[in-house]
Design a binder for this molecule. Structure first.
Ligand code: FUB
Length: 300
């Protein structure tokens, strides 16, 4: 595996430089970070653990924050809620965001059975339901798997976008150029050599190499695999992030101002726990051969 265009760790051992102070959002329980760089700022789209019951992930809205320096975060409040989808009733789980031609799209799993898409002219909304019905629906579509949750959108250099999602088996489907429709069948992702897949699929590309990373289960580590195509088949490579101190592990990998970061969640604030998670961020480093160094988890 040789990847060009990487900022490579200068040594295979040694202490990783800490990222931002953790948790990055210090005054609210939030989780499942979807990190994006829009217009020079980093945006986080998040599950709102602050408003859940404390006994389940049963909040009904999604939050967003943004920062230009990864230290000072602007709170954009609720960016969408389950009530914005007339066809959904509960469980606002891990959100995803994407931009195309100056429009912004949120991909939002609800009811543990559907993924909706909402759109806006601004990354902070207001967002409205883009379709009036689900983009993916377990009751309507074939090969959705156990749960169509944890949507993730990757857009390749040729403009083709892909939607990844799924629990226990990772799935991928092409998106239409409108970003609000699917194109072609939902297919399984193959990871040769992997021991298990749980949830939280993530796809990023460095040079010509596609990196597919995911949580292995409950509890889960974040493992990764590589391929020469965004659809795979992928080859298992190793561990990006070890277990965190809650059973769910959910991450984004993002480059900002030339540095790579992994953004994830854990129990990192007083009063926190399994259903009251906090978002943290650490630096991610690649070795010269393109493999990823296991992240050193830093405290606040
Ligand atoms: O936040 C609810 C669920 O917990 C997400 O969909 C999973 O990825 C896990 O983090």
């Amino acid at each position: 595996l040789v990847v060009t265009g990487l900022v490579v760790a200068s040594a295979l051992t040694g202490v990783q430089q800490a990222g931002a102070a953790n948790p990055v959002i210090a005054d609210r329980f939030v989780a499942d970070p979807s990190a994006h760089v829009f217009n020079g700022r980093m945006y986080l789209y998040l599950t709102d653990d602050e408003t859940n019951s404390g006994t389940y992930w049963d909040s009904r809205s999604w939050r967003s924050y943004s920062s230009a320096n990864l230290a000072d975060w602007s709170d954009h409040g609720d960016v969408f809620s389950v009530s914005g989808f007339s066809w959904a009733s509960q469980y606002a789980w891990a959100p995803e965001a994407a931009e195309r031609n100056g429009r912004y799209y949120l991909y939002l799993p609800v009811d543990r059975t559907k993924i909706g898409v909402a759109t806006s002219a601004s990354p902070t909304g207001p967002f409205t339901d883009a379709r009036g019905n689900p983009l993916v629906d377990k009751a309507r579509d074939t090969n959705v798997g156990d749960e169509p949750i944890d949507p993730m959108v990757f857009t390749d250099g040729d403009g083709q976008s892909y939607l990844y999602f799924g629990t226990r088996k990772p799935k991928v489907v092409r998106l239409g150029a409108d970003m609000t429709s699917t194109s072609g069948p939902i297919t399984d992702i193959t990871v040769n050599g992997a021991t298990q897949y749980g949830e939280a699929p993530y796809l990023h590309k460095v040079g010509d190499t596609y990196y597919f990373s995911y949580s292995t289960g409950w509890p889960g580590q974040i493992h990764y695999a590589t391929a020469s195509s965004p659809m795979g088949p992928f080859t298992y490579r190793g561990v990006v992030l070890d277990y965190v101190n809650v059973s769910t592990n959910h991450h984004s990998i993002v480059q900002y101002k030339g540095e790579w970061y992994v953004v994830y969640h854990k129990n990192a604030r007083p009063g926190g726990g399994e259903y009251k998670r906090s978002v943290v961020m650490d630096r991610l480093y690649y070795n010269a051969d393109g493999t990823i160094r296991q992240v050193v988890q830093t405290a606040g």
